[in-house]
Design a protein. Structure first.
Length: 137
């Protein structure tokens, strides 16, 4: 993967990426709400600051970007060639932190579900609904 932007433009693009409220996260929020479930957002007192928290069920959903969280086998998670050492360290650290947070959640008797960015498509709404519904039962 070659970088098509000069470093200044790439920095500008990366600064605009926010940790919450992505299109995919909002899509999942609306879907879950339409299914009749109510949830809290980003509870900071839980490991990993989950995107959707279902306190009643002691379950959480993470909506992960494939690139940022290292979705194995996904074309969106390819490492950039520019500054490769930095990105490898950064993304490996993200994945390690995620695994540690999942273990901490399990120790607290919470169950978690990960929905990857590449799995979120309007055409797959029914499959996502079923998967979420099965998880929350």
């Amino acid at each position: 993967m070659t970088d098509i932007f000069p470093p200044e433009k790439r920095s500008e693009i990366m600064r605009k990426i926010k940790p919450t409220g992505s299109k995919q996260e909002v899509f999942i929020r609306k879907l879950v709400h339409s299914m009749g479930y109510r949830y809290r957002l980003h509870k900071k007192d839980l490991p990993g600051n989950p995107d959707l928290v279902f306190t009643k069920y002691k379950k959480v959903i993470f909506v992960h970007g494939c690139f940022w969280h290292g979705h194995e086998g996904c074309k969106r998670s390819a490492l950039p060639t520019a500054n490769a050492d930095f990105w490898k360290k950064k993304l490996t650290g993200n994945a390690e932190r995620d695994r540690a947070n999942y273990k901490r959640l399990e120790l607290l008797c919470w169950k978690y579900m990960i929905i990857w960015q590449c799995e979120i498509k309007a055409s797959q709404k029914k499959e996502l609904s079923e998967s979420i519904s099965n998880f929350l039962k």
